[in-house]
Ligand binder design. Structure first.
Ligand code: ADP
Ligand code: MG
Length: 407
């Protein structure tokens, strides 16, 4: 249990720190890359504003035709007329012009890869007095900046990985620290329950003995005998309660010894059902659907106790109707189902029925201590199985126990 809480704490702690880290790194990345990109676009835009009139000339002067190659430029451009025909251009990379036509679309800012180069392309229309004369595609080699952004990205990814590990480690350490007082309080409480129930056993057995003695030695009136019987019944209930508490305290401390042996589960279920059917009310039908010859490596007495708890509940909370007990196998799993058509459990009670001392209001006057299902669960847990309950109020309940045969 502590391990699970510690894991959860570590997980929550790490996740919250990582969320903050991702947010911080995301914002940082966005700001840096946005700043670099904006600077490049500004540079191209500035060039266009400065050279706008020259581009107009390029468009109309006859001698300005074709593409000139000039590898020393920073910004290259291609001037197109209204129909989209190339008139004039200055390029830094030979033969790039063929690519431009294909890649340049309607959006005015575009980034493209050309071989190993990263290029920024900005499309600008040449409009004078509201009349469209053509357009210019301006471009710039941004390979250097792209590499800077890539380096920053890798550095940030590396930092994220490093900090994730660091946070997970720190989270684990701090979760451990936070658990110390909780663990101490829990162990103290556990010891208290175990000691108290242990200590209560002696006076209770003396009390029992005294009741027996009184019954034998004293000549009691009818009323006196009735009182004595009541006292006996209460003592019996208290004995049961103390035994249950001791059982749970031991199971918490993992001191519940399991005597594992190969048990014929089919027979065990049949016999337990028979025992219950002998003292059942006429109005209840007990139906069994038990597959024969199914074995499980388990502690026989404890599994018997588990079945008895579930059957006891089924009978206790069913006035008339059916109780169906089945045993089935499915893919290396054993499935025990105990279903009844009794009073059912409300959806508000259902999530709590395996809690200690939890009893639905309906069952207050039906006896019992509210520890049965917690014991059932601890037995199932100790065998590495699973128990679950489903119910519709007023219609009935179904308890399913799964065990794995591979153990
Ligand atoms: N088969 C059932 N039908 C209806 N309610 C049930 C059934 N089994 C358990 N419950 C509910 O779950 C509660 C807890 O069960 P349990 O731990 O066995 O305690 P109890 O001693 O009250 O039987 C019961 O008080 C009852 O409200
Ligand atoms: Mg019960």
């Amino acid at each position: 249990m502590f391990k699970q809480v510690k894991k959860r704490l570590t997980f929550l702690y790490t996740i919250s720190l990582l969320c903050l880290l991702f947010l911080f790194i995301g914002i940082l990345y966005f700001l840096i890359s946005h700043e670099i990109n904006q600077k490049q676009v500004d540079e191209v835009n500035g060039y266009f504003s400065k050279e706008k009139m020259d581009f107009m000339e390029d468009l109309y002067e006859k001698k300005h035709r074709g593409v000139e190659y000039d590898p020393n430029r920073t910004i290259f451009y291609y001037v197109y007329n209204q129909e989209g025909n190339l008139r004039y251009g200055k390029e830094v990379f030979q033969n790039l012009v063929g690519q431009i036509k294909k890649t340049e679309g309607n959006s005015s800012i575009k980034r493209m890869e050309w071989g190993k180069k990263h290029l920024l392309l900005v499309k600008k229309t040449l409009v004078i007095n509201g009349v469209l004369y053509g357009f210019v595609v301006l471009g710039m080699d941004i390979t250097g900046e792209e590499h800077v952004i890539q380096n920053i990205t890798w550095t940030l990814v590396g930092m994220t990985l490093f900090f994730s590990l660091l946070f997970a480690y720190l989270g684990y350490y701090f979760a451990g620290q936070a658990m110390i007082p909780i663990k101490r309080a829990f162990l103290k409480q556990e010891k208290f329950v175990s000691d108290a129930s242990h200590e209560l056993r002696t006076p209770l057995s003396i009390f029992y003995g005294s009741l027996d003695l009184m019954q034998r030695e004293e000549k009691l009136s009818a009323y006196g005998l009735e009182v004595l019987a009541d006292a006996r019944a209460e003592a019996e209930l208290m004995n049961q309660l103390i035994n249950n508490l001791l059982f749970l305290a031991r199971s918490d401390k993992k001191e519940l010894p399991l005597r594992l042996e190969n048990v014929n589960l089919s027979e065990l279920l049949e016999n337990t059902c028979k025992r219950f059917s002998r003292r059942k009310a006429e109005s209840i039908a007990l139906i069994t659907n038990i597959q024969k010859g199914i074995y499980l490596r388990c502690d026989e007495l404890k599994i018997q106790q588990l079945i008895s708890i579930l059957l006891d509940n089924a009978f206790r909370y069913t006035v008339d109707g059916k109780i169906i007990v089945s045993l089935d196998t499915r893919n290396e799993r054993l499935i025990i189902t105990i279903e009844d058509t009794g009073c059912g459990i409300s959806s508000t009670d259902l999530p709590h029925i395996f809690d200690r001392f939890y009893r639905a209001d309906l069952s207050r006057e039906k006896g019992g201590t509210g520890l049965g299902l917690s014991i059932a669960k601890s037995i199932v847990d100790a065998h590495g199985g699973k128990i679950s309950a489903s119910s519709i109020e007023g219609e009935g309940s179904k308890f399913i126990v799964f065990f794995s045969r591979e153990k």
